[in-house]
Design a protein around this ligand. Sequence first.
Ligand SMILES: [Fe+2]
Ligand SMILES: [Zn+2]
Length: 369
Amino acid sequence: MSRPDASLLRHRDALEVHWPSGQASHLHFLWLRDNCSCEECRVIQTSEKRFMISDVPVDIAPLAMSLDGDRLVLVWPDGHETVYTGTDIEALHAVGPGSWTPWDSKFFPARYPFRAFLEADSVASDAITEFLDKGAIILQQAPTQPGTLESLSPRLGPIREVLFARIHDVQVDPGGYNVAHTPNALPPHNDFASYSWPPSVQALHMLVNEAAGGESIIVDGWNVLSTLRECHPGHFRALCEQPVPFREFDDDNETFAVAPLVRCDADGTIVSLRFSNQLMQVLDPGAPGVGEFYRAYHALCGLLAANDVKARFRLGGGDILILAAHRVLHGREAFEAVGRRHLQDAYFELDNIRNHLVVLKRKGVYGSG
Ligand SMILES: [Fe+2]
Ligand SMILES: [Zn+2]
């Protein structure tokens, strides 16, 4: 088929534009009016939108329109003029959701020196790019002083505080409120499933690790869910639909949330796995769907336990494991409570990290990749 000439075709409530580049756009009249970028419709100082769509009739249509090369000009009934270029509109089509790479059976988190991550924009750019793709990185040679996680804020954004502590101490504690405070094995989980919005990033900082055992285990939860969706779509649906209660508490704190284990966005893309065997509470046995949920949950737990989806390694003093916590589950094997083992963890939010990369790119930092 030959390339159509640049042209405009008017439909009932939209415009079909065939740009000189050969691309075509279908643009709704309300969209065209709402996104006008003129000085009157924007706050120039901040680039924010000022125009409010309800100030024009819902059936607004341009009185006149013309396409001059790549430049589309519209005149509205009140005389307001709006200009678009095809180049700008094509750029909008190019913006897709963030991609991610599932781990293979040999996956091991990429490692970066702690100091360089903080001080060199190019190292931070590389590390954050890898983090967004794989959901796990390790910073090495960090100081082993308690509270070191505070110093990550220039890169990771402010600490996301939850109840119990700002920075959490994980060591054997007979008065501890969580199985993490015992030497027992910790099955893979993400923290604070008992919040409606659990922290989306977790940093685990090993201060000292002289105990025998206690190897760290991390699991690519989204990879597991993708497999489950492919092989057992009904199970996947049950996990998206069945609300499940989670609770974490002690004498002074109470956290409780009810939510399905899996959340997808409007396109069906998996955006979060909520999984904590230890915090999960009893489901109402009479609630509809409990049988389907339990069959699905059984399948999910089996997949999470499989060896080909997890990475196993030992964190040493000065290692900081950073996890995309809505994707990657973490756990550890049992250890002997003889040598010292002290880990601190704190939470951050993925939005802040993703947007720090945008700022780095705006500064012209592209890392080495
Ligand atoms: Fe944990
Ligand atoms: Zn305008």
